[in-house]
Design a protein around this ligand. Structure first.
Ligand code: FO1
Length: 311
């Protein structure tokens, strides 16, 4: 079965690790968020693509959720001592990837081409495509001003309340080669348990991707990032409260109206099932906390079962 997964953030990468345990990786095409890409120390960093690459290659730092396991920080410390920027922590092993990617981009290669090459080098069998090869950047509007995503998320510790999100470059951005074909020929579309506003909406802001999802010819299932009305990690719950008006599973469903047929929600949010159903979206209740490999695979399986029930 050909499956397209929209993924961003740490939750997305964890979910994908579970998914490749229950379906053939070759059947999966991942469309990764690029809205939080950033230039640090002259290097192009694509945090969400990298979280996916590292997770699927089995080299991710599981505890931190981003970057590589067994990391050291000598280059960053040396740069900081010389007055270089160190607010965004790039580890020594991680830097290797950013060097290769940045050199490729500077020599004129597209992000999708270099991403494909990196995935091959890491022996990843799933397809990984950036949503777009064009420049697309998430900006966060807060009472303290407007900030590029990583400045708000990392440098300011995502403490500022969010009044809005906008996606610079989205109007002109075209889907990366292969994205529309993958969506149009998919037998199942999944949206990983990621923050809707900053991990999934940047991809949906690419008009042709959104249109293709609206016109889909197969079931689409999202997984809620909430457990008991709270985000497992990060600011998704605070953003849902302020931008969406609440932190129930129905508020998550509301972020994807017209784009999904079912929403997987946690057992602790089972009381929200009727409100989700009243939006015309089928609720699928499961254990969504991805504490270990078994839990990840169980969630992937429950999501596939929820999708099969839609047929
Ligand atoms: N997150 C942090 O909270 N602090 C960091 O210094 C940091 C560095 C970093 C370096 C490479 C990378 O791929 C990710 C990194 N992240 C860091 C995570 C990243 O900011 C977020 O997880 C994603 O952008 C949100 O999806």
């Amino acid at each position: 079965m050909s499956i397209v997964v929209l993924s961003g953030g740490v939750g997305g990468a964890r979910f994908l690790r579970g998914l490749v345990d229950v379906v053939a990786a070759e059947d999966i095409t991942i469309v990764g968020n690029v809205g939080d890409d950033v230039e640090v120390l002259g290097l192009h960093v694509s945090p969400d693509l990298d979280s996916i690459l590292y997770a699927l290659a089995g080299v991710a730092d599981e505890e931190r959720g981003w970057g590589r396991a067994d990391e050291t920080w000598h280059a960053l410390e040396a740069a900081a001592r010389l007055g270089g920027e160190a607010w965004f922590r790039l580890g020594d092993r991680d830097l290797g990837l950013h060097l290769v990617r940045t050199q490729a981009l500077r020599s004129g290669e597209h992000l999708s081409t270099v991403t494909h090459r990196l995935a091959q080098r890491l022996r990843i069998r799933a397809g990984l495509l950036p949503a777009t090869d064009d420049r697309l950047r998430t900006w966060i509007e807060t009472p303290a001003g407007s900030f590029p995503f990583q400045e708000w998320f990392v440098a300011r510790g995502h403490r500022d309340e969010v009044d809005g999100v906008r996606f610079e470059g989205a109007t002109e951005a075209e889907p990366a080669p292969g994205v529309l074909d993958a969506i149009e020929s998919a037998e199942l579309i999944l949206i990983a348990p990621s923050n809707p506003y900053v991990s999934v909406w940047p991809t949906l802001a690419v008009r042709e991707i959104r249109d293709a999802l609206e016109l889909r010819g197969c079931p689409a299932v999202a997984v809620s990032p909430l457990v008991g009305g709270r985000a497992v990690k990060g600011p998704a719950d605070r953003m849902l409260a302020r931008l969406g008006g609440g932190t129930t599973a129905a508020h998550v469903a509301d972020c994807y109206l017209g784009l999904i047929d079912a929403l997987v929600i946690d057992e602790r949010d089972a009381a929200d099932a009727d409100a989700v159903a009243s939006l015309g979206i089928r609720p699928v209740v499961a254990q969504t906390l991805m504490t270990d490999a078994e839990a990840r695979a169980r969630l992937a399986q429950a999501t596939l079962q929820g999708a099969l029930a839609l047929r």
